[in-house]
Structure formats: C-alpha cells, structure tokens
Design a protein around this ligand. Structure first.
Ligand code: UDP
Length: 254
C-alpha cells in the first residue's frame, strides 16, 4: 500500500486521505466483528466483495438520483469517495422482523412488518449505539429537522429501490443500516449517502429457502460466510474480475 495519511480505522474499513482535497480512500478489510466487538474474526475475501458490492449498489442508487459519496473504485479493496461530515446517527430501515427489533418487541423473526419502519441509533461505541428518537436527534443538534426529513425520505427511496433490485435476484431485503453525511460544495450543503452498503450492513435472505446471505452467518456461527457474500455478488453479476486470486484460503473465525 502506498504511504499516505490514515484518517480513521474502523472495524471493517480504513479511511485514508485521498489524492485531491475533499476526497478519501476507503479500504475494505476482511475483519469482521459483532456484538459490540465481543466477537471478532476474519471473513477471507470479504473486503474485496464488499468493495465491489457497495460500488455497484451506490452506483445504481446514484443512477436513480440518490446522492452518494461514492466516486469510483480504485482497485480490489479500495474506493475513492467524497469527504463528508458524517451525521452521528445510524439509520436502520426494516421490512421484516429480525435481530434487535424481533427481540425488543417479541415479534418472531421473519414476520413481515405492517409497513417499512425507520429507526435511528446514536453513533457512539462507548454507549453501544443507543436507539434514539427524532426528538433526541434534533434536540441534541445531531441533525436539524430539515436534515432529518431529507434523511428519512432518502432512506425510504433507498429501501424501495434496493428491495426491488434484490427481489429481482431472488433475495429478500429484510433490513439494513445506512449512514449519511453533509457534503459541502461552495456555500451549498447537501445530505448524501455515505459509508457502505453490503452484506455487512444488510440482512439478505434467499427468497425461496430463507437462507441467510449476510453477516448473521458470522454472528450466529452458521458457516459458509464467504460463500454467502460471494453468492450475493454472483447474483448481482459482479464477482471480482480477479477471481479468487485475492482470497487467501480458508477463513479463521472465532
Ligand atoms: N447494522 C449494522 N451495523 C450496526 C448495527 C446494525 O450494519 O452497528 C445492520 C444489521 O446488519 C442489520 C440492521 O442494521 O441489517 C438492523 O440491525 P439490528 O438493529 O437488528 O441489530 P443486530 O441484530 O445486528 O445487533
């Protein structure tokens, strides 16, 4: 890797200073973590697949008018993105009961929700990303009411588009998590989609068998984690050109 300034290292990605001002390079790692970092491991080849899957989904969303931070993929594990001011709120959209919603309300996993539900969590590792309401977000100034309206409407557009896209390849979009940022252009600010969209941040179930094709395979020790991510990429028609060259054999998982 070329020498350059590292801006931030997260659980699954590293951010580097980009080649021009206002740009960043997102490097996708194979590292996986779950349950507030209590469970960690490596999903071999995940970074390559997520880089490609997120590129594809962000590009398709851009094509239908959803503004995103994505500029272009640079190589197998890196993409060039616009530097944004991240809004410290995780936006979760749910179509079918699963995960924390199933637990919180006692709604069996797999139950279709009466309508899509948008939830917000405050991005704070120390506080374990607590669920918050719009009131908290606006009162504490994490986003203005206008920004929140825009975020909600973009999140629902993303949900509509991605639900259809995945349905077309036999996958149910159960839920997913988005992040948004403020992009400054001259004196103008707009809200854009940031971070990544991949099987790390979505629940994806096979439409016929309900088999999980996402990070729940890692969280719940279901096995065949790499295979699931690869199958998502295969169905999207975007397996990395380099093939398994960058995938270094069996995964080590804890
Ligand atoms: N999610 C995520 N990052 C997080 C928390 C959740 O990408 O820090 C995604 C998760 O993969 C799922 C959706 O958001 O697709 C809803 O997750 P949930 O609240 O059910 O939490 P979990 O069960 O993952 O703890």
């Amino acid at each position: 890797m070329a020498r350059r300034r590292q801006i931030f290292e997260g659980k699954a990605k590293v951010l580097f200073e980009g080649p021009e001002p206002g740009t960043l390079v997102q490097y996708f790692k194979d590292d996986a973590s779950a349950f507030k970092n209590k469970k960690t491991g490596v999903i071999t080849g995940k970074g390559v697949l997520n880089n490609r899957i997120s590129e594809y989904l962000m590009t398709r969303l851009g094509d239908v008018g959803v503004p995103t931070h994505f500029m272009r993929r640079l190589n197998m594990r890196e993409q060039l993105v616009r530097e944004v001011e991240i809004i410290p709120v995780e936006v979760v959209v749910r179509n079918i009961s699963a995960g924390s919603l199933a637990k919180r309300f006692g709604v069996a996993e797999g139950t279709p929700l009466p309508r899509s539900i948008v939830e917000y969590c405050y991005k704070s590792h120390e506080l374990d990303d607590p669920l918050v309401s719009e009131e908290h977000i606006t009162a504490f100034g994490w986003a203005t009411p206008q920004e929140l309206d825009e975020i909600m409407s973009l999140a629902l557009r993303v949900n509509d588009f991605l639900s259809g896209l995945f349905l077309g390849i036999g996958i149910r979009l159960v839920d997913f998590r988005l992040e948004f940022g403020r992009l400054w252009e001259d004196d103008q600010m707009r809200i854009v989609l940031a971070d990544e969209i991949s099987p790390d941040s979505c629940r994806l179930w096979d439409i016929k068998t309900n088999e999980k094709m996402d990070k729940d395979r890692f969280r719940r020790d279901l096995g065949k984690v790499e295979e699931a991510y690869q199958e998502v990429a295969r169905r999207l028609g975007i397996l990395p050109e380099g093939g398994p060259r960058d995938m270094k054999g069996p995964a080590v998982m804890q």
